[in-house]
Design a protein around this ligand. Structure first.
Ligand code: GTP
Ligand code: MG
Length: 140
C-alpha cells in the first residue's frame, strides 16, 4: 500500500492557529492501558465497552498547548452524546451514538495532566516559541 509523508514546515508551524501542537503519535493502545485512561469510569456500566472500543484500533493522540485550550477543546468537541452535541461541534456534526463519539478531550486541568502523563513521555513533547504568540496573547 502507498504511503506519503506529510510535514508542516517551520513557516506553517509558526503561522499556526490559536493553539500549539506539542505532541502527536499514532498508537493502538492495549485494553490494560485504556483501563487506566478511563479509570474514573470503572464503576459505570459502559466502562468495559468504552475500553474495548478505545483499544480496538489506531488512536491519534495529541497534546495541544495554549491559554484556555482545555475548555476550548471540549467546546469544539461537543457534548458526550452526539445526539445532544450542537451542530458545528465535531461530535455534533460527525458522530451519531454516544459509544462511538470520535474524539476525546480532557475535562479539566488535573485530568489533562494525568492523561498527558499516561499517553506521552515528557521528552516526546516539544517546547518551542511560536512567533505569533505575541500577537495572540499581547505583551502580558
Ligand atoms: P471523553 O472525552 O471520551 O472522556 O468523553 P466525555 O468526557 O465527554 O464523557 P465521559 O468521560 O463521561 O465518558 C467517556 C466515554 O464513555 C464517552 O466518550 C462515551 O464514549 C462513553 N460514555 C459516556 N456516557 C455513556 C453512556 O451513557 N452510554 C454509553 N454507552 N457510553 C457512554
Ligand atoms: Mg471524559
Amino acid at each position: 500500500m502507498e504511503h506519503t509523508f506529510i510535514a508542516i514546515k517551520p513557516d506553517g508551524v509558526q503561522r499556526g492557529l490559536e493553539f500549539k501542537l506539542v505532541g502527536i503519535k499514532v498508537v493502538v493502545p492495549s485494553k490494560d492501558f485504556v483501563q487506566k485512561h478511563y479509570h474514573d469510569l470503572k464503576e459505570r456500566p459502559f466502562f468495559n465497552a468504552s475500553c474495548d472500543f478505545l483499544s480496538s484500533g489506531p488512536v491519534i493522540a495529541m497534546v495541544w498547548e495554549g491559554e484556555g485550550v482545555i475548555r476550548y477543546g471540549r467546546k469544539l468537541i461537543g457534548a458526550t452524546d452526539p445526539q445532544k452535541s450542537e451542530p458545528g461541534t465535531i461530535r455534533g456534526d460527525l458522530a451519531v451514538v454516544v459509544g462511538r463519539n470520535i474524539i476525546h478531550g480532557s475535562d479539566g486541568p488535573a485530568t489533562a495532566k494525568d492523561e498527558i502523563n499516561l499517553w506521552f513521555k515528557p521528552q516526546k513533547l516539544v517546547s518551542y516559541t511560536n512567533n505569533a504568540e505575541k500577537w495572540i496573547y499581547g505583551d502580558n
